[in-house]
Design a protein around this ligand. Structure first.
Ligand SMILES: [Zn+2]
Length: 312
């Protein structure tokens, strides 16, 4: 079996306006590089379904889901300080969430080794009732709900190594002990949430863990902490399925943050997560593209990520 990459050209049509960091060129560059290095053809899978309003409403309020479609129809361009949309954005966002649903079903049915959703808009900042930080629908949270509700799993682990805290994902499962959220992020940094003392509430206590790094943390210090905390969390939670919010903006060249990772570090991080998923979660792993804004750093890191996923 191989890794599956879910992608659709519609994602390029989610237009965020001139000189926005979360630009269509991000995906165009990644696809171009993967094709050039023959890392595309064996992995690419067509996305055959949108997420339905009902599926998206497992995480978001129905009113909010309708408001995104209406905003696109009415030509609204801006949803919050950083989040811009265009005519095709609602459809692209539903397809991005659909990719995650299709991917988790394919992994549950043992069709592929693991999967990478090469999608935009990204998802981990999207809150129950509002768009935020370039994100419309929380793709990874919707996939986690699918695994809980339709596949009957009881222990889903979400690892989020995007350099920003995934506030939307944390909040979606803050009182839920069935989803363990482990985030590695720079702090202080947008969105300012994600402190170590945020550990969950009610049934979710102990199933939310934030690991923070100050600006300027070396790759060596980051990798050391990452390895220790990922291993500890796997042993503690014993996940049945692993979801990964894979942003690549902790790269040393990224313009939006100040950490120091490079493409080979993402290879090592992916290998570690794959090895532990193999030992504990039957290898079940679906990764979602979140951030990453320096184009060459992003495409090199995604390529390293896919290489590691496929060699798992
Ligand atoms: Zn980010």
């Amino acid at each position: 079996m191989t890794t599956a990459i879910y992608y659709d050209e519609l994602f390029i049509e989610h237009d965020t306006g001139d000189s926005h960091p979360e630009a269509p060129a991000r995906l165009a560059k990644i696809v171009h590089q993967l094709r050039r290095h023959r890392h595309w053809h064996p992995f690419f899978q067509e996305i055959t379904r949108h997420a339905t309003d009902g599926e998206i409403s497992l995480v978001h309020s129905p009113e909010y889901v309708k408001s995104i479609a209406a905003a696109c129809e009415n030509g609204v361009l801006q949803l919050d300080a950083d989040t811009w949309i265009s005519e095709k954005s609602a459809e692209a966002a539903k397809l991005a969430a659909g990719a995650g649903l299709q991917a988790v079903a394919a992994i549950m049915h043992e069709e592929f080794k693991n999967a990478f959703c090469l999608v935009r808009p990204p998802g981990h900042h999207a809150e129950q009732d509002r768009a935020m930080g370039f994100c419309l629908f929380n793709n990874i949270a919707i996939a986690a709900k699918e695994l809980l509700c339709n596949f009957g799993l009881k222990r889903i682990m979400i690892i989020d190594w995007d350099v920003h805290h995934g506030n939307g994902t944390q909040n979606a499962f803050y009182d839920n002990g069935n989803v363990y959220y482990l985030s590695f992020h720079q702090w202080p940094l947008y969105p300012q949430s994600g402190l170590q003392e945020e550990v969950g509430v009610e049934a979710g206590i102990g199933a939310n863990k934030n690991i923070v790094f100050p600006a300027g943390t070396t790759a060596l210090a980051y990798m050391d902490k990452f390895k220790t905390e990922v291993e500890k969390s796997f042993q503690y939670f014993q996940p049945e399925f692993v979801l990964l919010s894979a942003g690549f903006d902790a790269h040393i060249n990224d313009p939006l943050a100040d950490l120091s990772l490079q493409a080979n570090d993402y290879f090592e991080m992916t290998r570690l997560v794959c090895d532990l998923a193999q030992q504990i979660a039957q290898g079940r792993l679906v990764s979602f593209l979140e951030g990453g804004y320096a184009l060459t750093a992003l495409s090199d890191s995604v390529e390293a990520h896919i290489h590691a996923l496929n060699s798992a």
